[in-house]
Design a protein around this ligand. Structure first.
Ligand code: SRM
Length: 612
C-alpha cells in the first residue's frame, strides 16, 4: 500500500503562482548550489494551450526564446498521436520508408522521420557511420531483464545480416543500464516491434525529447544492505511515463531529454547527482516517515556539466510517481524551447529560481503541498562497494554474481550464453548496471563454484575478457560507443579503452580500483566527469609529425557515492597513439601511468628482462 499513486491529468492546470521568496540555501551532499536569479519569476510565465499538443500548456510564445528549428520539426512530425501511432506501429509507413530511395528523401518526404522522429521509438539512424542501419535502444527500467527477453534480443541480432557497410551486429549495455542493438535495418523493425511486445519489452520514448531509461539499484531486492527496493518505483514510473510501454503523448514533447534515478543503497550506485531528477532516501523532518529528498537539474552536455541541486523537498514513498509527473509537467510546459544547448531542466531552474520552480511542482501534486527537505538516511562515511564478484543475497543460501563485460559490448552468442547461465544457475533474471556490466542473481551456494568455472566467465565471450574478477582498471572501465557508431564521436572509444587498460594493467600493480570512463565527445555519454580518470575525445598533435591525431582531454577527481563530486579537466589534448609510441614514452599510456603511480599508489611491475 506504500506504492505511488498515479498523478492527476495534465489538463487540470492550476493557476500560476508568482513567488518572490529567496532561494533555498539548503544543500545535500554532492548537490550543487542553486544559481542566484536577478529577478523573481514574474508573469512572463503566462501559459497558453499548445495548439500542436492538445491538453498541454506552454509558455506564451512572445515570452519564449526563439523556438529552435528542432522544435519546429518536432511539431511537424511528432504530433501527440503521431510519434507513436504514425511512425511507430504504423508498419506501412515503415515499409514505405524502407523501400524509398533514401538519398532522394528530403525533409518533406521523410528524411526528418528517418533521422529524427524515429528516435522517439528508440530507432537511431546511424547515417554517418553505418548508413541505412539503426541502433535500437530499449527501455529497461532498473536494468532488469529475464533470460527469455535477452534471448529474444539476441535472436533479433541473429536475424540481421552483416554487410560491408552495416558495422558490427552486436549489442551494448548502456550507461543508463539498458540494451542497445546494432545494425538494425528498417525491414526488420515490424517483426522486432511485435517481438518486443510479446516479450514485455519496449523501445518507446528511449530517444528524442523523452525521459530516458530509469536508473535504480542494480542489486535491488538482492542486497542485504539496501535501504529501498527500487524495482517497484522504477516499474510504476516507467508504466506511467510510457503508458505501460505503449507510448504516452503526455510526455513525448519535453523541451529536451530527461534523466531520472531513485537511490536504493548508501552506495548510490545510480549516480543521482548527474540526473535531472533524483530521489534520495530520507525521513520526514518531523514525523520521521520514510520517503525521499529530491535533487534536480543534474546534467552533462557539451556546453555545461553540473551536479543536481537540492530542491528542498521531501515526498513520501507513495508520492514518487506524482512528484515525477509534476516535475515533468512543469518542465514540459515552462521549459525553454530555444537553442538546444539551453533547454535542459537546469536552465529552467536557473531562470525561475528554485523556490518558484518548487512552488509550481507543489501546485501540481495531488494535495498541492510539498514538504521541505527531510533527514537524509544516506551514510556520508559509507565506503562504496563493488557489485562485481560473488555476494550473499538477502535470502539465505542465495548469491549474486556480478560479471564484468568489457566496455559493455556483447555479441548475440554471448547474450544467449548469459541467458542460459541465468536459467541454469540462477533465478532466470539478469541485471544491467550503469558501469555496463551484468549481474546474475539467485544462484544457490552449492552452484556458485560451478558457475564460476563456466568458460564465458573465464575471460570468455566473442570479444573476450568477461569475468567476475577483473583487474583494477577493467572493474571500473566504462566507454561510450564513440566514432565507431556515433556521428558525434571524435575518437574511437571502446577498443582504445580496452587496449589502454590492458597495457596499464600489464605495466602496473594497482592497489585499488581506479575508475576510468571514456567518452568520444563533449556530450559525455560515457560520463568522463564521474570517473577517477576521465578520457574525453579530442584532436591532438602527434609529438613528432605535428599532424593532428586522435587524442583525449584528461579529467581527474570525480567521486561517486555519498560525497560525489564531478571530475575537472586536468590535461588537454593528449594524443592516444599506439603500443610502439607508448613504449617510447609517447602518447596517453605514459601520461596515465605516471598519474597512477603518483596519485593511486601504483607500482611498476618488473619487465621480463628485469626479472631475469
Ligand atoms: Fe548520450 C546523444 C549514446 C548516456 C548525454 N547519446 C547521444 C546519441 C543518441 C547521439 C546520436 O544520435 O548518435 C548517442 C548514440 C550513440 C550510439 O550509437 O549508441 C548517445 N548516451 C549514449 C549511450 C548509449 C552511451 C553508452 O555507451 O552507454 C547512453 C545511453 C543511455 C540510455 O540507455 O538511454 C548515453 N548520454 C548519456 C549520458 C549518461 C547518463 O545519462 O547518465 C549523458 C550525460 C548525462 C546527461 O544526459 O545529462 C548523455 N547524449 C548526451 C547528450 C548531451 C545532452 C545535452 O543536454 O546536451 C547528447 C546530445 C544530444 O542529446 O543532443 C547525447
Amino acid at each position: 500500500e506504500d506504492l505511488p499513486q498515479v498523478a492527476r491529468a495534465p489538463t487540470e492546470h492550476p493557476p500560476i503562482k508568482v513567488l518572490s521568496e529567496t532561494l533555498a540555501s539548503v544543500t545535500e551532499a554532492g548537490a550543487s548550489q542553486p544559481a542566484a536569479v536577478d529577478a523573481p519569476w514574474e508573469p512572463k510565465t503566462e501559459l497558453v494551450e499548445n495548439p500542436q499538443w492538445p491538453g498541454q500548456m506552454r509558455v506564451r510564445e512572445k515570452h519564449m526564446m526563439k523556438v529552435s528549428p528542432f522544435e519546429v520539426a518536432k511539431s511537424k512530425n511528432n504530433t501527440a498521436d503521431g510519434l507513436i501511432h504514425k511512425y511507430g506501429k504504423n508498419l506501412q509507413v515503415l515499409s514505405d520508408l524502407a523501400a524509398a530511395d533514401w538519398d532522394a528523401l528530403d525533409e518533406e518526404s521523410g528524411k526528418e522521420v528517418l533521422d529524427m522522429t524515429l528516435k522517439g521509438m528508440g530507432l537511431f539512424h546511424r547515417r554517418k557511420t553505418t548508413p541505412k542501419r539503426f541502433m535500437m535502444r530499449l527501455k529497461m527500467p532498473n536494468g532488469i531483464c529475464t533470460a527469455d527477453q535477452v534471448d529474444f534480443l539476441a535472436t533479433c541480432l541473429d536475424n540481421l545480416e552483416e554487410t560491408e557497410t552495416s558495422g558490427a551486429i552486436c549489442a551494448d549495455i548502456t550507461t543508463r543500464m539498458s540494451w542497445q542493438l546494432r545494425g538494425v535495418d528498417l525491414e526488420s523493425v515490424p517483426a522486432i516491434f511485435d517481438g518486443l511486445e510479446e516479450h514485455g519489452l519496449t523501445s518507446v520514448q528511449s530517444g528524442l525529447d523523452n525521459v530516458r531509461n530509469l536508473v535504480g539499484s542494480p542489486v535491488a531486492g538482492l542486497d542485504p544492505l539496501e535501504l529501498f527496493d527500487t524495482r517497484p518505483y522504477m516499474r510504476l514510473l516507467d508504466d506511467h511515463i510510457t503508458d505501460n510501454g505503449r507510448g504516452n503523448p503526455k510526455f513525448t514533447n519535453l523541451p529536451r531529454k530527461f534523466n531520472i534515478a531513485l537511490v536504493g543503497t548508501h552506495d548510490e550506485f545510480e549516480h543521482p547527482h548527474i540526473n535531472d531528477l533524483a530521489f534520495k532516501p530520507a525521513r520526514h523532518s518531523e514525523t520521521g516517515e520514510l520517503g525521499f529528498n529530491i535533487v534536480v537539474g543534474g546534467l552533462f552536455s557539451a556546453s555545461r556539466c553540473d551536479a543536481a541541486m537540492c530542491m528542498d523537498a521531501w515526498v513520501p514513498m507513495s508520492h514518487t510517481v506524482a512528484l515525477a509527473d509534476s516535475v515533468l509537467c512543469v518542465f514540459r510546459d515552462f521549459g525553454f524551447r530555444g537553442a538546444r544547448n539551453k533547454t535542459r531542466l537546469m536552465y529552467l531552474i536557473d531562470a525561475m529560481g528554485m523556490e518558484a520552480f518548487r512552488a509550481e511542482v507543489a501546485a501540481r501534486l495531488p494535495d498541492g503541498e510539498l514538504a521541505r527537505k527531510g533527514e537524509s538516511i544516506l551514510d556520508p562515511s559509507w565506503e562504496r562497494r563493488s557489485i562485481l564478484g560473488v555476494h550473499a543475497q538477502q535470502e539465505e543460501g542465495l548469491f549474486w554474481v556480478g560479471v564484468n563485460v568489457p566496455v559493455g559490448r556483447l555479441h548475440a552468442n554471448d547474450m544467449h550464453e548469459f541467458a542460459t547461465l541465468a536459467r541454469e544457475y540462477g533465478d532466470g533474471n539478469l541485471r544491467l548496471s550503469v558501469e555496463q556490466n551484468i549481474v546474475l542473481s539467485g544462484v544457490p551456494e552449492a552452484r556458485v563454484e560451478e558457475l564460476l568455472a563456466e568458460p564465458l566467465l573465464n575471460h570468455g565471450g566473442q570479444y573476450g575478457g568477461m569475468t567476475p574478477f577483473p583487474g583494477r582498471i577493467h572493474s571500473g572501465l566504462v566507454a561510450c560507443p564513440g566514432s565507431e557508431f556515433c556521428g558525434f564521436g571524435l575518437v574511437e572509444t571502446k577498443a582504445n579503452a580496452r587496449a589502454i587498460s590492458d597495457e596499464l594493467e600489464a605495466l602496473l600493480e594497482i592497489p585499488n580500483e581506479v575508475r576510468m570512463h571514456w567518452t568520444g565527445c563533449p556530450n559525455s555519454c560515457g560520463q568522463a566527469q564521474v570517473a577517477d580518470l576521465g578520457f574525453l575525445g579530442a584532436a591532438a598533435k602527434h609529438p613528432e609529425t605535428k599532424k593532428m591525431v586522435p587524442g583525449v582531454h584528461l579529467f581527474t577527481g570525480g567521486r561517486i557515492g555519498p560525497n560525489s563530486a564531478l571530475a575537472e579537466l586536468e590535461t588537454k589534448s593528449v594524443p592516444i597513439l599506439g603500443p610502439e609510441e607508448w613504449a617510447q614514452g609517447q602518447g596517453v599510456v605514459p601520461v596515465v601511468a605516471q598519474m597512477l603511480e603518483e596519485r593511486f599508489g601504483a607500482v611498476r611491475r618488473k619487465t621480463r628482462k628485469e626479472a631475469g
